[in-house]
Design a binder for this molecule. Sequence first.
Ligand SMILES: C[S@@+](CC[C@H](N)C(=O)[O-])C[C@H]1O[C@@H](n2cnc3c(N)ncnc32)[C@H](O)[C@@H]1O
Length: 471
Amino acid sequence: MASPSSLRQLSNIISQAVTQIEAEYAKASVSLPSLDEPFNPTNPAEAVGMHPAVVAASLLVNAAAAQITAAVSNPALAIINNSLSYHLSSCLRAAAALNIVEILREAGPQGLHAQEIAKKAGTDPDKLSRVLRLLATHHVFREVNPDVFTNNRISSVIDKGKPSELLFEKPAEKFIGTSGLCAYLEHITDEGFKSSAYMTDALMDPATAFSQEPTATPFSRAFVTEAPIFAWFEEPENKERLVRFGVGQAGSTKIDPPESILLGFKWDQLPKDAVLVDVGGGVGSTSLIIAKATPNIRIVNQDRAPVSEHARGYWVEHLKSHVDSGMVEFQVHDFFTPQPVKNADVFLLRQILHDWPDDASIKILAHLRAAATPKTKLIIVDQIIPYATESALVDSLPGMARPAPPAPLLRNMGAASAVPYWADLHMYALLNGRERTIGSLVNVCEKSGWKITQVYHLPGSLFSETVAVPA
Ligand SMILES: C[S@@+](CC[C@H](N)C(=O)[O-])C[C@H]1O[C@@H](n2cnc3c(N)ncnc32)[C@H](O)[C@@H]1O
């Protein structure tokens, strides 16, 4: 039983963190954006919300609020509540796929009755109202009058920014030119959610439970396919899903403070014309941020053929001068084959190793090691799964240790650090991949000839940069 004193400690953590958040907004002479208003990226208060001190205080609020809620809850109700929460993913996908956010944006702040929303979305008004009410109950959308809904801060963040009529008219193009967050949400709640539903079946079947094959996944069961997911994306009938995944990868950066990739490794200390190879770079959204900040380094964006096509378009849209001057190059390259760039200053692997089990990760890293010069740096950008306890390895690696949170919070900040653990199982469900602890990263690096020298936990970000050099 939680003692009254631990409840009080948790409530004090919340109260002190709120004081700190209020102070940061007051210092900047702006107010905390209202949960009831649509998200406005041009509001100067948004920059305060991304400030590392505010992010740190918000994490404490999240961790303590989840722990105090668990501590005071009826356990039977709490566990059933958790069990039913899959409907949240399901309703989010429905709202996203039916372009509800855009319909409500056009309706204005007074909102729109479910009858009218459903007419525009081509679905049943009563069922839609129930979907939106469940979301509003979880602070996504607002029910401003019975059956009348409007956007709020959280729903509006997935606005694709296009007229709803156009989205229904040209569904294949709906994600092109958007922030990508909605595409990311739809990938998670479609391929991810359906695959996760088969996780127990995969764990209970000895043929898949012990396998590291990228085809022995919950995903393979859910989508009845023998192809690993990236090959499956390239099948002609999955063309729209491939586009959605590509745009969604760029959108995934929106959950992080913009440009956090610049806050660890000192990119500007690379020499002029240094070569940065973005291995499995997707559309190159990360190397594009680096290129904007450090225009005198050369970027080689590598990925599979169909993704490489989209990458060029993405750069033409966002940094055409680099394409025109040849400072960025697009290479079709399979990272399970020998690396063609032999003069790289940096091999960047962002959200690559987490897609693969250890054996495959070691193969990818070994190809990079074989192409490395003595000066090449390997930079792995992934979430690092925190241990729930002290660790000598953590303490021995420069930059790896984080300060312990105040008692009685869990050592890993519990619900506030849930994303790496969600992401870990997302990777398992789709690919037999995994997010890694630092011990697991050291293992794959050592076995492929790399030595980790430094870790940067990017301030305010979920991601860390792990720097390694040839061993
Ligand atoms: C999770 S995404 C990460 C993309 C990008 N690095 C980022 O952080 O946005 C993984 C990328 O690996 C690419 N990929 C998968 N298998 C590959 C292979 N064998 N060779 C090269 N790229 C591959 C995918 O096409 C995809 O773009």
